[in-house]
Design a protein around this ligand. Structure first.
Ligand code: EPU
Length: 492
């Protein structure tokens, strides 16, 4: 029987309801049905009216090793791609994140079977009960729009609500839609819903030559998935080259898809009749790894990280070296950061891969606030991804925004303050700033953080950071109390 659960929306905190069917969690080898939303949603995410805040006490050096989780953006695309396969898909190294849970909910809403055992997700999409994804879910997670590609390829029809804009920009989907049209789909957009369908007796998409005006990650992924089951060959020119595109291509190839060129700007896909069972392990998250490298630099701490793919972090490592940190590959999948005492300014421009990732811009901005000299940060990928500037300035940073540029004048100290996370990577930047600031930083808006960082607080605590998550009301009471908060959080 379906059970209705309610939880907070990721972007605006409205409460929504959804139903789960046929999803089980397996804990200590024992199957049990989902009974509460906390079974599914990362326990860090609170559905409470009293949302949690994160208090961070700055100035404590970090030390040790961090285990990097599976890549969020690979996981989201790969879970969508499991819709292509009528047999069992086992996906390993799945990070425990609210966004991943939401993508699972989308598949459940389509009638697909999912089972989760720790970081292993089993999906069987032999039966896809329907081709329409619910607005309540799609509006919370843009990546859920990507299911349009596999649904169309499998069923010849898909009805997906337009995901709408989000906190970092308008994020249209016309590149996805135009590519599907080039492959023979009819697309009508009515009442906010994209209805795509393929006519003809076999309802199959046809291979096509597609040029993307911009190397969109999502459009590349949607079209690559759609093309795996199309008739004939599809080429995607000016394709995104992000490692997550390669991860998705590898997953599809492991199911029998014929894909060449993933990771270059031209991807060729020869459609096959059907895909088969797979057991696949997701790559480590380069953005999580980059965030921990910045944590080392901003707290002047030596840290090691694994597993990582150092080649995925070339631009990030180059900028860390410019700023004054050594980053050493200790093993093929392990990096160590050894920061210098003083950090220097540098300029950063975000670009599609292999350029500097937009998903690391906010974290580097936090680092550059404490670097000597003036840095120019230019955000070219998203039009509204500088909202963390105001929050960093509340902590004593000196940053001015002009259009898509932020001029960061290094200061000698940041001071802890109450701040609000405006998006996922902005929330990571505020945690990093808090680790380096004098005194206590209280971060609101943690629903953003929980979308994309697996166990961030536990990982930081194990490195010696002083932080705690607590309900906002308790944090208010704590601020009024005269006790020394730091003593509460010391580990020994
Ligand atoms: N764009 C269009 N039309 C389209 C598609 C994209 O104009 O049809 C524009 C977007 O509005 C944006 C730019 O192209 O300005 C880049 O968008 P892209 O499609 O490449 O991004 P995405 O697929 O929506 C993924 C990641 C983002 C990451 C970007 C860029 C996932 C689930 N999300 O988004 O990750 O920032 O690529 O690398 O893969 C994050 O993890 O914090 C995050 C936002």
């Amino acid at each position: 029987m379906a059970e209705t659960l309610s939880f907070n929306c990721g972007d605006c905190q409205c409460r929504i309801k959804t139903s789960f069917q046929r999803l089980k969690v397996i804990i200590n080898g024992e199957d049990r049905p989902i009974t509460t939303s906390s079974d599914l949603i990362n326990p860090q995410a609170s559905p409470d009216a009293d949302p949690p805040v994160l208090q961070v006490w700055g100035g404590y050096p970090l030390r040790g090793h961090v285990k990097i989780s599976g890549a969020k953006n690979s996981a989201l695309a790969i879970i969508a791609a499991a819709l292509l396969c009528p047999q069992d898909c086992r996906i390993r190294n799945v990070p425990s994140l609210v966004d991943v849970t939401r993508m699972g909910q989308i598949l459940l809403s389509l009638g697909v079977k999912l089972e989760q055992h720790g970081d292993v997700l089993d999906i069987n999409a032999n039966v896809i009960g329907q081709s329409k994804a619910p607005y309540e879910l799609v509006s919370q997670l843009r990546a859920s729009f990507f299911v349009i590609g596999p649904l169309l390829a499998r069923l010849g029809a898909a009805r997906i609500p337009l995901p709408g804009g989000c906190t970092i920009g308008a994020r249209p989907v016309e590149l996805h839609v135009r590519g599907l049209q080039a492959m023979g789909a009819d697309v009508e957009i009515e009442h906010g819903i994209v209805h795509a369908y393929v006519t003809g007796s076999n309802r199959k998409l046809k291979g096509a030559k597609i040029y993307l005006d911009y190397p969109s990650v999502g459009a590349t992924e949607t079209l690559m998935m759609a093309a795996t089951l199309a008739e004939g060959e599809t080429t995607i020119e000016n394709a995104a080259q992000e490692p997550e595109v390669i991860d998705l291509a590898n997953f599809c190839q492991a199911m029998g898809a014929k894909i060449r060129g993933a990771g270059t700007n031209t991807i060729a896909i020869v459609g096959v009749r059907s895909l088969h069972s797979v057991d696949y392990t997701i790559n480590p998250d380069r953005i999580e790894a980059g965030t921990f490298l910045v944590a080392g630099a901003i707290t002047h701490s030596e840290l090691s990280l694994s597993p990582v793919v150092p080649d995925h972090l070339t631009a990030v490592i180059a900028k860390l070296r410019d700023i004054g940190a050594q980053v050493i590959a200790e093993a093929p999948n392990r990096l160590r950061i050894i920061p210098e005492h003083s950090l220097k300014a540098t300029d950063i421009e975000t670009l599609p891969y292999p350029g500097f990732p937009t998903d690391m811009q906010a974290q580097f901005m936090a680092l550059l606030t404490l670097s000597q000299g003036d840095s120019l940060i230019t955000e070219t990928v998203f039009e509204n991804r500088l909202r963390h500037v105001a929050e960093l300035n509340r902590m004593g940073a000196d940053i001015r925004v002009k259009g898509k540029n932020a001029i960061v004048r290094g200061v000698s100290i940041l001071s802890g303050a109450p701040v609000v996370a405006t998006d996922l990577r902005a929330s990571a930047a505020l945690v990093l700033a808090g680790l380096a600031a004098k005194g206590k930083t209280t971060i609101h808006g943690l629903h953003h953080l929980d979308r994309g960082y697996d166990q961030l607080e536990m990982k930081l605590l194990s490195l010696g950071a002083k932080l705690q998550r607590l309900p906002n009301s308790a944090a208010d009471a704590d601020s009024r109390s005269t006790s020394n908060p730091v003593s509460i959080h010391q580990r020994d």
